[in-house]
Design a protein around this ligand. Structure first.
Ligand code: FES
Length: 136
């Protein structure tokens, strides 16, 4: 009498163990590849006071001190990263690459193609030198 073996349906134990073993190897590799070292914040000391309702243009940001409020907006365009120009007469930032515009008070997009608002940097105002400390 001969026995006829039927093919097994579904996953075999060997296939399941091989799949779990592959995941156990691939997961740490993916974590390693995707890991980014967090950037350390940089403190920028501003040694001179800003005139009343004035502003100061630095290489990475523009610092405003108006009506008792201080804020610093990044000069990096949120579209593709070009350096923005501040236009005092219109109180806007404009990108030289694709002409996106941003409000200087809110950082909101005024005209695209950029869709994200500008980044605000924390500002600490002091009574003596350094008069402002901006964390970028
Ligand atoms: S990089 Fe600024 S609008 Fe494109």
């Amino acid at each position: 009498m001969t026995r006829i073996l039927k093919p097994r349906e579904g996953w075999s134990r060997r296939q399941i163990m091989a799949g779990l073993g592959s995941l156990a190897l691939i997961y740490p590799i993916c974590r390693f590849v995707a890991f980014k070292v967090p950037r350390k914040p940089t403190l920028v000391n501003i040694a001179k006071p800003i005139l009343t309702n004035g502003y100061l243009v630095e290489s990475d940001f523009v610092l405003f001190d108006r009506n008792g409020r201080c804020w610093a907006l990044s000069r990096k365009c949120t579209h593709l990263g070009c350096k923005l120009t501040y236009h005092e007469d219109q109180d806007i930032f404009e990108c030289p690459c694709h002409q996106s515009q941003f409000h200087a008070e809110t950082g909101e997009v005024r005209r695209g193609p950029a869709v994200k608002p500008l980044v605000f940097f924390p500002v600490e105002k002091r009574e003596s030198d350094p008069f402002y400390v901006v964390t970028t």
